[in-house]
Design a binder for this molecule. Structure first.
Ligand code: NDP
Ligand code: GDR
Length: 367
């Protein structure tokens, strides 16, 4: 086994490899022939489920996938891993990525999501790798926050609305600053929401598709939701990791918005997910009194009574400050990167619902 790349092989280092995007990106880069190193956190339970299928016994010849223990809050560890792996490309995907949780853990979020990127940039400088190592920062549409203008593009002003978004604002600007100050190939991908069957279970899309699956499998009664009026520009993670790679393959470092240009409310996402299993919902009431009720059930396998409440609003899921409307303008990415999303939202909803139904049917539980 050799962790070292041959002269023609590129080496990538992915932080956040155990997350949704880390898993898709690792798969993508391995298919392109890269040697892929990933940083995973030590945890009391195994947290590599999303990437286990990629992992070969490192003692076997030809293994191109390697994992290292590490954490974005530990610069000594980041410097050592970068020194050992000598990456051509670093993808910084690691983050405390839940907007609502960032209100509960603001200082940790600032440390991991904001200063974490500074640690990587400084590690590159300390090791003298400025000319060799290109670096990608996972920036976010949450930077736009309070709506200033739509659609949001690379020139739209930022107005972050959560500790998560403020931490990501620091990471965005430190990336730009190191590019300008030291000539580093450091880029921001300003990615709008992207989802998949691998999405974390507490983000709204996956919570909904899992909830639909659990309800039709008779394991859950209803789904308690937060703000149904929020609108997001939802794409598929598989399309978005390709954009990350394209951003690092350009002649010049730059920042890009990656989005579909279509916005959908949480309420409509719920409608679409239930429609996938033949259930038509009607919404009644307003604000915290709003409910989603079964209006028609056209699937003989799932006999939900007409009038059954399946969506209930629980203010516990409201955020102290909300981001109401996101619609991205991906024109620059389309023109300069030649990037084009392949998935539509209906295709993605279908994939997510079917995947969650299969999980519930196979395991017979919601764990
Ligand atoms: P996930 O939450 O699925 O994955 C986050 C990853 O970061 C996990 O591997 C997690 O490890 C790791 N991580 C968290 N904290 C630390 C830490 N202190 N040190 C090392 N690793 C850490 O996020 P996504 O894959 O969805 O997103 C990837 C990145 O893109 C994130 O930075 C996110 O903020 C950003 N982003 C995501 C968007 C989206 O819609 N998905 C849109 C725009 C930006 P563990 O598995 O152990 O928890
Ligand atoms: P977001 O994603 O905050 O946009 O951040 P999330 O799916 O958590 O919320 C989207 C919208 O749905 C509303 N909502 C709920 N959200 C959750 N999680 N749970 C609920 O029950 C619920 N009900 C309504 C939210 O209020 C919000 O308006 C994601 C993360 O991946 C970030 O890391 C990333 O940067 C951005 O997307 C782009």
């Amino acid at each position: 086994m050799s962790a070292l790349a041959t002269s023609t092989q590129k080496t990538a280092l992915i932080t956040g490899i155990t997350g949704q995007d880390g898993a898709y990106l690792a798969d993508f880069l391995l298919n392109k022939g890269y040697v892929v190193h990933g940083i995973k956190r030590r945890s009391s339970l195994i947290n590599t489920q999303r990437i286990d299928y990629l992992y070969k016994d490192p003692h076997e010849a030809g293994s191109r996938f390697h994992l290292h223990y590490g954490d974005m809050t530990d610069s000594t560890n980041l410097i050592r891993i970068i020194q050992e792996t000598q990456p051509d490309e670093i993808y910084n995907l690691a983050a405390m990525s839940h907007v609502k949780v960032s209100f509960d853990e603001p200082e940790y979020t600032a440390n991991a999501d904001g200063i974490g990127m500074l640690r990587l940039l400084e590690a590159i400088r300390i090791l003298g790798l400025e000319k060799k190592t290109r670096i990608y920062q996972a920036s976010t549409s949450e930077l736009y926050g309070l709506v200033q203008q739509v659609p949001q593009s690379e020139t739209t002003p930022f107005y972050p609305r959560s500790p998560y978004a403020v931490a990501k604002l620091y990471a965005y600007w430190i990336t730009v600053n190191y590019r300008e100050a030291y000539g580093m190939f450091a880029c921001n991908g300003i990615l709008f929401n992207h989802e998949s069957p691998l999405r974390g279970e507490t983000f709204v899309t996956r919570k909904i598709t899992r909830g639909v699956a659990a309800i039709v499998c008779g394991m859950q009664d209803k789904i308690f939701m937060g703000n149904l009026d929020a609108r997001r520009d939802w794409g598929h993670a598989k399309d978005y990791v390709e954009a990350m790679w394209l951003i690092l393959q350009q002649n010049e470092p730059d920042d890009f918005v990656i989005a579909t240009g279509i916005t959908t409310s949480v309420r409509d996402f719920i409608r679409m997910a239930f429609a996938e299993v033949g259930i038509e919902l009607v919404f009644t009431g307003e604000g915290v009194a709003e409910k989603g009720i079964v209006q028609q059930c056209n699937n003989p396998l799932y006999q939900l009574p007409i009038g059954k409440e399946v969506i209930v609003v629980d203010p516990a899921y409201f955020r102290p400050t909300e981001v109401d409307l996101l619609i991205g303008d991906p024109t620059k990415a389309k023109q300069k990167l030649g990037w084009q999303p392949k998935y539509t939202l209906p295709q993605m909803v279908k994939e997510m619902v079917n995947s969650d139904v299969a999980i519930f049917k196979n395991t017979g539980s919601n764990h």
